[in-house]
Design a binder for this molecule. Structure first.
Ligand SMILES: Nc1ncnc2c1ncn2[C@@H]1O[C@H](COP(=O)(O)OP(=O)(O)OP(=O)(O)O)[C@@H](O)[C@H]1O
Length: 652
């Protein structure tokens, strides 16, 4: 390997310090390198086998050693399932909780977990808001990620430039599309995802199969553009990309190549020297064959049993060939040079990792509100379908309970109607969960890449949903209220609408919490249904509070049930101040038996707590709403905090 590999790139003068052996170099001006230097040594990743009751672990990565440095593009290649994504995840500090990692990963010479927002990571799966056009997706991302010091015009210009760079100018006004709504193609989606990750020109960029779904020409242009990121503004960037089948032109863009087979390191070194390594070990690349195809084919043992003749080379099975290559690499000169390079990187002084300077908090809130509002407007499943169902149910309720009357029997009907409003009408809010889970996937990806903060997201999500929830509370609420002729007065109608509005928001908040912990929408819906079912049952209607298990303070479900406060508030709003006539009265019965006050009914029939007013119930619901949203924030934040600690613990 050339000595240039060890030469620091993009250097600046720094102050004196201590070298690793402890000797002082106070008086020697040292050179501090810019950019991100990543080294990993003896990196192992194991995972618990799903079926392994014996506690056996599956080895996903074995004894990986390598480095990535500014100004260079490192390609990670190998057959499907060899551990490329796992290597990228380990380096980016994103391994899932089932994985255990040992070995050293150093960032700029320090053992540290990558903080949120210090790198960009293009995941294999494209997670984007499907209702947005290409231009909107990239421009919103630019507004969120680029600092406020850049003007709107500059951000727009950067977004348009990046879209053009990725060859998406013809699809700029096409919606991204997803399940059930056709939009741009899979390859175009991939390029939009790349646009979103490179728009800030990050110093450290992980790309997991950036060219999947692209034709060979598009693959070249995209990879060429990514490789050129280093040359546009004089800043050296560290880029690590896993890639499946690069053509010869793309392969020539790689500085270093990391070749994996079944978790083992077959080769790490200059991409240009890989051909020689394979030839020296008895696997020369046939003329007219793409070297990368040749490497991956030589070390792919997945189909050996199907095609035994494919695996045999010089009388070796593929497994034996891989073993031989791994051993040969370990004792090779290239491997020694890589070690030397790693030591040079470790001992050099590097500047600390810097967090991207995103848009300010206030800007993030505004942009996220706008983006989320637009997404909700265009996604029929988010609110419009619910508005339709709510409207239909309201007409149905209005017809069944039409002009409800004022007899004692009508009071029972009022109770049932209000309970239906407090429970079922809020329960069907769960219908919007699939759309919310899709949004959460985008949020999760963007949050991990540090596009914006959790608080800004929650504020944006809350503000954008208010007009829609107001609509689905107001219109169906008005239909029910006036068809059934509930308690006449504007104040009573406003209260009714407020309780419906806050309850729907509360159920949405509950589902946000569920989504943060159960990101699968089927399990999420079942979990949400279960929680709401328990709350409904314990609201004090289906079983009266006095019948609930004693002592009541040992039964907290009653007090934390959303429905308790919603139904008690609605009941007080409806019954207080009304008098109901007893149809079965006769002359022998006293006047007090002929008419029953609403307050008496609340107390005797439903055991509604009369010690506080209906406004207290509404206030408690509002408090719960704030609490649920804060809880969502705390859970996400806690996960952020716990992850690096778990990662650090795993390294030990
Ligand atoms: N959570 C998990 N539990 C058990 N095994 C896992 C888990 N995640 C990944 N693996 C296994 O680890 C191996 C490496 O997976 P990884 O996704 O890193 O491969 P890859 O090279 O990126 O594959 P591809 O090119 O197909 O995306 C695979 O054999 C996979 O089955």
């Amino acid at each position: 390997m050339s000595s240039s590999l060890c030469a620091p790139l993009g250097t600046r003068r720094g102050r004196g310090g201590y070298v690793e052996d402890g000797s002082s170099r106070q008086d020697v001006p040292i050179v501090v390198r810019e950019g991100v230097y990543l080294t990993w040594e003896e990196l192992w990743v194991t995972m618990s086998k799903p079926s392994g009751k014996d506690g056996k672990k599956a080895i996903i990565l074995e004894s990986q050693t390598g480095y990535a440095k500014p100004g260079e593009l490192l390609a990670v290649m190998g057959p499907s399932g060899c551990g490329k994504t796992t290597l990228l995840d380990a380096l980016a500090g994103r391994l899932n909780s089932k994985a255990k990692q040992t070995g050293d990963i150093l960032i700029n010479g320090r053992k540290q977990a990558l903080a949120y927002g210090t790198s960009a990571y293009l995941t294999q799966e494209d997670a984007m808001l499907t209702t947005l056009t290409v231009e909107e997706a990239v421009y919103y991302s630019a507004q969120l990620q680029l600092p406020d010091s850049m003007s709107k015009f500059e951000k727009k210009e950067r977004a348009e430039f990046t879209i053009k760079e990725m060859g998406l100018q013809d699809a700029i006004h096409t919606r991204i599309g997803g399940c059930g709504s056709k939009g741009i193609s899979g390859g175009q989606k991939r390029r939009v995802s790349i646009c979103i990750e490179i728009i800030t020109r990050p110093n450290l960029l992980f790309l997991d199969e950036p060219t999947s779904g692209l034709d060979s020409a598009a693959s070249f242009y995209v990879m060429n553009r990514i490789a050129r990121l280093n040359k546009t503004d004089g800043i050296q960037r560290t880029i690590i990309a896993s890639i499946h089948q690069p053509n010869t032109q793309v392969f020539q863009l790689f500085h270093n190549l990391c070749l994996l087979s079944n978790g083992k390191l077959v080769y790490f070194g200059p991409a240009s020297a890989a051909n020689k390594f394979f030839a020296l070990n008895g696997f020369p690349c046939p003329t007219l064959q793409n070297p990368s195809d040749h490497f991956v084919k030589t070390i792919n043992k997945d189909f050996e049993l199907e095609n035994p003749e494919q695996g045999l080379t010089d009388g070796l099975t593929t497994e034996e060939a891989i073993y031989m290559l791994v051993k040969s690499y370990q004792s090779s000169e290239t491997s020694q040079q890589i070690q030397t390079e790693i030591v040079a990187i470790r001992t050099g002084d590097s500047s600390a990792m810097e967090k991207k300077s995103n848009a300010a908090f206030f800007t993030q809130c505004i942009v996220l509100t706008r983006r989320s509002y637009l997404n909700m407007y265009r996604d029929l499943g988010y609110y419009w379908l619910r508005l339709f169902i709510y409207g239909a149910l309201a007409i149905c309720l209005g017809t069944i309970f039409y002009n409800i009357g004022s007899s004692k029997e009508s009071a029972q009907a009022r109770g049932s109607l209000l309970m239906f409003v407090a429970t079922f009408l809020t329960f069907i809010t769960i219908g919007g969960f699939p759309s919310f889970v899709e949004e959460m996937k985008v949020f999760e990806k963007e949050r991990l890449n540090g596009h914006y903060g959790v608080t800004a997201y929650i504020i944006g999500q809350t503000l954008s949903s208010i007009p829609y929830i107001l609509l689905i509370s107001l219109i169906p609420g008005a239909i029910v209220y006036y068809l059934t002729n509930l308690h006449h007065s504007c104040q009573h109608f406003v209260y009714f609408t407020c309780v419906l509005f806050v309850s729907v928001m509360l159920v949405e908040s509950l589902m946000m919490i569920v989504a943060s912990m159960v990101p699968n929408f089927l399990t999420g819906i079942i979990t949400g249904c279960g929680i709401l079912g328990v709350m409904m049952l314990n609201g004090g209607f289906y079983k009266l509070p006095s019948d609930l298990p004693k002592p009541i303070w040992k039964y907290p479900l009653y007090y934390i049930s959303i429905h308790k406060y919603a139904y008690q508030g609605l009941f007080k709003n409806e019954f207080e101040g009304l008098t109901f006539t007893n149809k079965n009265n006769n002359d022998q019965v006293g006047e007090h038996m002929k008419n029953i006050s609403g307050e008496d009914m609340l107390r005797d029939l439903w055991e509604v707590e009369m010690c506080h007013s209906k406004w207290v119930d509404l206030f408690i619901l509002l408090g719960m709403l704030v609490l649920y949203r804060v809880l969502f924030l705390v859970i996400i934040k806690a996960m952020e905090k716990v992850k690096p600690i778990v990662a650090a613990f795993k390294w030990k």
